[in-house]
Design a binder for this molecule. Sequence first.
Ligand code: NAP
Length: 493
Amino acid sequence: MTDLPARTGVLVVGTGFAGLGTAIALRRSGRTDFVVLERAHDVGGTWRDNSYPGCACDVPSHLYSFSFAPNPSWSRAFSPQPEIEAYLQRTAREHGVLPHVRFGTELLSARWDGDGWEVETSRGSLRADVLVLGTGGLSEPSVPDVPGLADFRGTVFHSATWDHDHDLTGERVAVIGTGASAIQFVPHVQQRAAHLTLFQRTAPWVMPRRDRPISKAEQALFRALPAAQKVNRASIWTLRESWLIGFTKQPAVMKAGEAVAKRHLHRAVKDPVLREKLTPRYTLGCKRVLLSNDYYPALAQDNVDVVTEGIDHVEAGAVVTKDGVRHEVDTIVLGTGFQVTDPPVAHRVTGRDGRTLAETWRAQGMAAHHGVTVAGFPNLFFLVGPNTGLGHTSIVVMIEAQLRYLVSALDQVQARGIAAIEPRQDVQDAWNDRLQAELQGTVWNTGGCSSWYLDRNGRNTTLWPTFTSTYRKEVAVCDLAQYVLTERTAVPA
Ligand code: NAP
């Protein structure tokens, strides 16, 4: 039995900030003919899945939340994961979108058949006029291709699927990866494990984390005076926007930041050998700038080894590095990130000419118009699509801009009786050429690191190169002149 309708006006995939935001935007625009697919059993997206110990957001919550659903009660500047997950659950409830969500229902394939999207899910099929992918960049864990990993006899889990039933107390634990996730859970592991071996391929830049509790008085002020919370949000947004200048135009700013990070390292780590290992060799900002006050102190403890020799293979009870050393461990925790530049969903969506998104993007990498629509894929909309990710501020700002664009497109299409729209290839190409040119001088492209911002060809297909305000202006209205329009064929009387 399936509770899926045979057809729907808009099919939304995912219930993270993007998918829920879409559902709410559709409701707010007066639409009720939509269904949301969620493969899990609750809403929350990456903030539901990433429940590892220490998980928190490093963008202040008053900005990392919907502008239309302010939360005066954030307890800290940088909210812990459970608070963000609860916020999303509450927001979904309060905006009445839960009845539209089909939980435990995974999108298996979507094919444009000339007339609409023919969709297969894990719980049956349906048709949709419009498909909105809110699947996000950080939803599919990346498991490293380390020989022998499948034969390891102990426990292995990824940070995004943390095994909360597994007690690390007294164990020998290997952690692979030193990104934004790992630096948050490593202190937890260090405190419990008998021994922690941290396999570091690239030393990250780690800055002090200026977190603080938000006092009851501040919370009361925000409750009594919503305008004060808006001003607070605007000031965080402005500060974060100003950071962009360092990432894109003024590398000298990055040098100043590097000095701060180096002092941070020196204060916590006295051993010169360890310090040397932990000192990054690329320009600050090339990879995501990490914030932590307890990562370096944890690594300075006696029960920790930081191993910088590459991993050769894994055996039944050990991780073996390229120098032949066997590091015997009971558990391996993967902090190895996500499949961002080759998203699995791209293999499941087939466009007008019978090619999947993944096939379309194979040669040049991910590309879309405004990061939202893709030539050859009529009535398909992306949230946080190609080149609309951020390295410096809240992704929710981008998502809200894209939601306005989506609703603007749907309103016009409906008003003009248009059956399908897809961006003109020349317009999409021109937009992407401009972005790639703008990205050339940025620290993400030139900072001397490899990161998930770049695809296997070294092309930056993930980040928006300039201010979020610029993006907001560019996508304020969907300009149908940039689109190929398919008129609705008149039904014979
Ligand atoms: P990530 O930034 O992609 O880091 C993955 C780590 O695993 C890197 O250190 C990488 O090394 C290492 N790695 C991957 N494959 C490896 C291999 N085969 N052998 C050895 N090391 C390997 O992933 P993440 O830490 O999960 O973070 C992903 C993104 O999620 C972040 O950039 C951020 O946008 C978001 N996030 C945000 C927060 C927050 O707000 N606080 C927290 C967590 C995540 P290399 O560096 O050498 O590639």
